[in-house]
Structure formats: C-alpha cells, structure tokens
Design a protein around this ligand. Sequence first.
Ligand code: BES
Ligand code: MN
Ligand code: ZN
Length: 503
Amino acid sequence: MDIQFSNLKQAKDAVGIIFCDHNCRLIGYGKKLDLLSKKYLSNTIKSDESFKSRKSKNFDYLIIHNPQNLSFSKLYVFKLKNINNASNRDFQILGGSLQSLVKFYKEHNVIIYPDGINSSKLSFANSTSDMLLGFLLASYKFTKYFSKKGKKKNINTIKIKIYSAQYSRLQKGYETVKAIHDGVTMTRNLVTEPPNIMTPPELAKNAASLEKVGVKVTILGEKEMTKLGMGSLLSVGRGSEHESKLAIMEWKGHKNKKKKPIAFIGKGVSFDTGGVSLKPAGGMEEMKYDMGGSAVVIGLMKTLAIRKARTNVIGVVGLVENHIGNMATRPSDVVKSYSGQTIEVLNTDAEGRLVLADALWYTQEKYKPELMVDLATLTGAIIIAIGNEYAGLFSNNDKLSKQLEDAGKIEDEKLWRFPLHDKFDKMINSSIADMQNISNGRGAGSITAAQFLQRFVNKVPWAHLDIAGTTWSKTNLPTSPKGATAFGVKLLNKFVSKYHEGK
Ligand code: BES
Ligand code: MN
Ligand code: ZN
C-alpha cells in the first residue's frame, strides 16, 4: 500500500475522512469544509441524535453522502475521544480503527484530513506518523498460499491520500513509518510461513537478503560451528535434516565505525517438536512460531538499516530445527558449549536456551558489545505467569531494564521485569556437568531459564525478553490482525532511537 501526501483540497472521485470531538463538534479541516458546505455538515451531524448519544466501545462515525456544496461523494466523520491527551499508541490505534472502517466499507480511494488533530503531548507530525503506522500495520494480510485469485485480493490495492497544509513535513516522517512497517511485515511473514518452508537455511537466506539494504551478513553453517566448538547450539539440530545456521547481521550507522555496537540476539527454532522429549500432539502446530525471536531481530535490523539508524548494531540469530531423528540428542547427553562450560541435557524440549547459550557467548566474545538484548519464545511458564499482554523481562542491569520498559510503554509492547537470584541459579547445577538445561526444582520455570542464559553473558549488560506469550495472537489486536504480531520490533526500534542514537 502506498500513501500519498498533498496540500489541502477537495477531491471528486474519493471519499474523505474528517474528524469531530466527543461532543460531535467538527475539528480541524472539518470545520473549514463545514463553512464551505454552508453548515450542511454540522446540520447533518446535529440532526443525527443517535450519533451524539451513541457510546460505542471501539469507535464511532457518521457517513454523509453527497454533502451539499462539496465535491466528495461521501464523507466519513470520525469521532475522537479525548484527543488532547492522546499518546503515540493512541494515534496508532486511531490509525488501526480507520483501517477497519475503510476495509469494512471496501473503500478504494480515501483522503484523510489530519490537520487540527492535536494532542497536547505530541507534535502534529509525530502524531500523524503514528496514525499512519497504525493504519499500515493493521492492514497486514498473508495470502501467499491461497490458490484462488479472489482470496489473494487484499487491502493493499487501496489508495490512501493525506491532504494537509503541512504535507511536506508529514512526508518526511513517513520515511520512518515505512521503515518500521517494512521491518514488522518481514517479521510477520517469517513467523507466518509454515515450517516446511521456513527452515533454518531459509531463515538464514532471509537474513542474508538484508545485504540489499546495506547490512553486512555472515552465515555460519554446521562445519564452521563445529570448528568453533558450538556443541550446545549444534546439539539441538542433530535430529533434523535441515542444516543449523548462525546468521550475523552488522549495521554500522554511527559516524565512528569502531564504536562499540549494541547487540540483539534471537532464538530461531524453525519448529520445536520437543525432540526426543516429544511434545504432545495438541497444539504442537503452534511451535512454528518458535523462531519468533530471530524473526524480530531480522525485521528490526531491516527497519534500522532502512531508516539509517545512527548507531552500530549487531544482530545474531541461532537457527535450528528441534526435531526427532536417529541422531537426535537424548535426555542425559552431555554437550560442551562454545564458552567451554558443559551442559547435561535432561530435557530436549528446553532447547531454546541451548541455542542462545552459544549465540550469546559468540556475540559478547566477538563483538564486545555495549549491551545485549535477547528475544526468545523461551518458556510456556511465562504464559502461565503473565499471559499474552506482557513479555517477561530478565536483566542484570537496572538502567537497561528501565530503558526497555519505557520504550515498551510508548509502543504498547509492554514488559514486566522478573527477579534473578543466586538461589535460582543453583537450581540448574548438575551432578555430572557444569549445569543442566532444566531446573531441579518445580517453580520459577521462566526465571531458571533466564538464569541459564545469564551463565553465557559474561557480565555484559544484558536483558532477556521471553516473548512466548506475545509473539502470536489468537485474536485481532488494534494494529495487528490475529497471528504473528512482530512484538519487539517497534519496542526495540524505539529503544534504539530514544536511547542509543545521536551521541
Ligand atoms: N518453545 C517452547 C516454549 C513455548 C511454549 C513457546 C509455548 C511458546 C508457547 C520451549 O522450547 C519449551 O518447550 N519450553 C519448555 C521448557 C521445559 C521443558 C523446561 C516448556 O515451556 O514447557
Ligand atoms: Mn522446546
Ligand atoms: Zn522452543
């Protein structure tokens, strides 16, 4: 979908969207059009008693057909509630609502008039950008595998125009919006693709495609990783026909190319059968999204590169399939990680931490990053603990945690911090190796998983986001149709732009 910008005017062949406040008083450009229509608009609104009293949960609007003295065939008057206090996220949700409206009425040529839609907290350009972002993100659809043409038809063929007195400023802001949209869309596509297609080598290829936008990409295969001694990551892919990969993406946007990078690390299990510790059949299909962390890192790197983020960033994703097979790792096998520490694998279904262990150690050793943030659909326990609204945050650093939580609040990709403690760490000591991959106690499954990861961060400021509950949504969300959410891309893009650029 493309959005075009132009100066204020009316249009013949398109429908317009204007706005009114909660008292149904036209605001912004709607007021001007009302004058041009010789009060036809405000009189029509006034005569509709129900519009004023209606209190819909989602959003309210009124349609005015062939408004007198104006050239539109149709005008939508969209009611805004409390716009004066609106946040960035409120504007994204507004965009999502406008998208639902346009989709519901199958409109193909739409002009939106944002002038005068002001929040006291945000600039006009800023709020309009977020509205457009919400609109674009809500338009996501994955139609690739429908063989019939009709099903393939999608909303992306509609024309959206923004008419504003400040259109050139809006156009500039739109570059960033497009970069975020491109990254989020890539992440959602990677997660939605079925696991027979989106195998570890295919994920690596997708990471490599970022070369086109200026990211340097290196792919390690099993041979290279064996040489390096990545016995932990490699142990997970042993039951699979598909080769395990480690993809490394480097973006150098800082004027000092030698400045320490910040690093993002993703769990990329293309499908998680559980391995020999096989998962039950019911719901196993959900494990195609067990590569969600890696997809967020790849999509994020794309966004950062397209919008030319002014800092140095490393993305590392561990790509494996956790399958059964005659060479598959057994419960009680002992493997040696890249760090040199040994691990007793007591449950092959606790595989994400085995992948991240080597990816984290490699990242800190090779790139000496200023900080590391990993993302992983790591534990079912995090869903038991906090459901699908928040992702779990685990960290050895208060400042980093605060920045992540803050960025998450702005983007409505919320984080909730959990504790780490030596007492939890002890729970993964093994009787025959340096550690075991599951805890010997009963509770705190997400924390002991994070404690395991912490043994591989070598004291670098680090945060782990357990996104098992937020990567996939079974219901439609305001700016994310049900399915892959790309939770984390917007959050980390904000984290980078707000705290790690321009110094
Ligand atoms: N990929 C799963 C975690 C998961 C569960 C993600 C549900 C999304 C939805 C992970 O590899 C796993 O299987 N974890 C086990 C760990 C256990 C064996 C200690 C779990 O959560 O049951
Ligand atoms: Mn598993
Ligand atoms: Zn898993």
